[in-house]
Design a protein around this ligand. Structure first.
Ligand code: ADP
Ligand code: MG
Length: 554
């Protein structure tokens, strides 16, 4: 065979590896979850490609992962019979930052240099490279399904790696073998007790069976059965099972705040297992607003790129397994299939319904979800006309009356003032500044509640003609807001009626002085202690929206 070729890692990878090698992160166990999840992904990729090209499966159609311990040599080996990698694949995927989570991790690291590296590792997980937390050397032997060549990738994690072709006998007949030469203080990862405990705790529900061999050539015993958790009845699944599965399916490191698991029957049949995370995933506001629901067809993983949920539910993690989609349909065709559209509709309705149920039964738990994801859910107010009512029902707001709590529209409407015909709101980007805005004075004086909307998205949905129980949403900065019909609160002093000639004279003067800068100057009911404020014309754009569009160069 040709001699190994030496390559330098991408600069970012080197940095990352340096951190792994010097990691003080206490939960090193997570490396095993990362390597097992890669092995399972490889099996799922093969299962999918095997549909169109059955020859790839050959006489070994059942996916499996094996862990082999070698305590004498201080070695742990993770092997799968999945899709495998060619030498070229290895250079691309193991020498660069392939994983978007890893990229985000590096960005965060650069952004808040003060934060302990170890904390961040725990928050993100960094895929394959986490092997270097426990290994002084990592070897990857692989043979891509359907090829007649094998290769070995090898690195000590210190800046370079080599790739060399190897004899077919040195690699698995198909798939990948990752050999970890354990660091002195990580030798326990070659012991049965430790490895079995970790696999059961972290990877017990990956959809590929895992066997453990106590030493090379020993008899293997099954440590995870590879059964699809989502197809089991809820009564047989514990909260820990769900939490493990959530972490392995979502690559998240927290716990689910809420789990929704059910089977839809009727025109279309599918199983749904979804989770709402407890903390905000790092990519929540990425411009591509990518979703994270895996689509399976009869237990075969198809894609995590299909629009199973609308974008405003992109914080939801988990999977949908359909019985009706044909297995041999291309990923692209699945995206456009009416079956998928029906599934999207069904799952979306169900999720919103479950959130409403939670809001009714456990307000605190619901508010935690709203605090994390409300700004995302509100995107649905302008994107999903059909579900606007449901989303308005779920919406919670800060207002001039909320204090530290939150107000629903139901609360708002129950406390309407006499003659009040609109739901008033103020948008801005800072809650404190919003709540002290002079625009609110006239409303406060009349005891009218004003919703304070600090999120970017609030500038959009408020402009699409949203109303609730026949009450339109109205910005406090829009002119002509007729407050005179609503009496001042008892504790507010009535304004002194100014002599109207003097007022008219002043208005004429002000219009003249400000000509070109404003379109009109008017006496206002909206102020009590401030002298003036700027408002937008009744039919004009809201001031905040105007600012936003201006800053976007429009
Ligand atoms: P991710 O799994 O999120 O893509 P990783 O860092 O865990 O990121 O892995 C990087 C890439 O290396 C994978 O996307 C895959 O292409 C490749 N890879 C890693 N392990 C295996 C394996 N056991 N079989 C095939 N490919 C693998
Ligand atoms: Mg991975």
């Amino acid at each position: 065979a040709a001699p190994p070729e030496t390559h330098a890692f991408e600069a970012d990878v080197s940095k990352l590896l340096h951190m792994m090698v010097h990691s003080v992160y206490s939960d090193r166990d997570v490396f095993l979850r990362e390597l097992i999840s890669n092995a399972a992904d490889a099996c799922e990729k093969l299962r999918y490609e095997g549909i169109a090209t059955p020859a790839l499966l050959g006489d070994d159609p059942h996916p499996r992962i094996s862990l082999t311990l070698d305590p004498d040599q201080g070695r742990l080996t993770i092997e799968d019979n999945g899709i495998g990698m060619t030498a070229a694949d290895m250079g691309e995927t193991l020498g660069t930052i392939a994983r978007s989570g890893t990229k985000a991790f590096m960005d965060r690291l650069a952004a808040d240099a003060g934060k302990a590296d170890s904390q961040l590792i725990g928050q993100f997980g960094v895929g394959f490279y986490s092997a270097f937390m426990v290994a002084r050397e990592v070897e990857v032997f692989s043979r891509r399904a359907g090829t007649d060549a094998a290769a070995c990738w090898r690195s000590d994690g210190l800046g370079t790696y080599t790739i060399a072709p190897v004899d077919l006998t040195e690699a698995p007949p198909r798939g990948t073998r990752v050999v970890l030469h354990l660091l002195d203080d990580a030798k326990s990862y070659a012991e049965r007790f430790t490895v079995e405990r970790i696999v059961k705790a972290q990877s017990g529900h990956v959809p590929v069976p895992i066997t453990l061999l106590e030493k090379p050539d020993a008899e293997g015993n099954l440590v995870a059965d590879g059964a699809a958790l989502w197809l089991k009845p809820r009564s047989e699944i514990s909260e820990e099972d769900y939490a493990d599965f959530y972490r392995s399916v979502a690559g998240q490191y927290d716990k689910p705040a809420h789990t929704i698991h059910y089977r839809a029957e009727g025109r279309y049949e599918y199983s749904v297992l979804t989770f709402i995370p407890q903390s905000k995933p790092f990519d929540l506001f990425d411009p591509d607003r990518k979703g994270h629901i895996k689509l399976y067809v009869r237990r075969v993983f198809i894609t995590d790129e299909a629009p199973v949920l609308p974008r405003y539910l992109r914080f939801v993690r988990g999977l949908v397994d359909s019985t009706d989609l044909p297995l041999n349909m291309s990923r692209e065709m699945i995206q456009d299939s009416p079956v998928l559209a029906a599934i999207q509709k069904g799952v979306t309705g169900r999720l919103l319904g479950e959130l409403q149920k939670l809001a009714d039964s456990d307000g605190d738990a619901y508010l935690q979800i709203w605090e994390n994801f409300g700004a995302v859910l509100k995107e649905g107010l302008y994107e999903d006309f059909e579900r606007r009512e449901a989303l308005l029902g779920l919406a919670r707001f800060k207002s001039t009356r909320s204090g530290d709590g939150w107000r629903s529209l139901k609360d708002y409407v129950a406390d309407l003032r006499e003659n009040q015909t609109a739901i008033y709101y103020a948008t801005g980007n800072d809650l404190d500044r919003l709540s002290t805005s002079p625009q609110l004075e006239g409303f406060r004086a009349r005891g009218i509640e004003v919703l304070l909307l600090p999120d970017q998205v609030d500038n959009f949905w408020t402009t699409v003609g949203v109303d609730h129980e026949g009450k339109p949403f109205k910005s406090v900065t829009q002119g002509g807001t007729d407050l005179t019909l609503i009496p001042l609160s008892d504790d507010t002093e009535a304004p002194v009626q100014a002599d109207s000639d003097a007022v008219d004279g002043f208005l004429a003067f002000a219009r003249n002085a400000l000509a070109g800068a404003v379109s009109d100057v008017r006496v206002s009911e909206r102020l009590t202690s401030s002298a003036v404020c700027l408002v937008a014309p009744e039919s004009g754009m809201d001031r905040q929206l105007e600012k936003l569009l201006a800053s976007a160069g429009q």
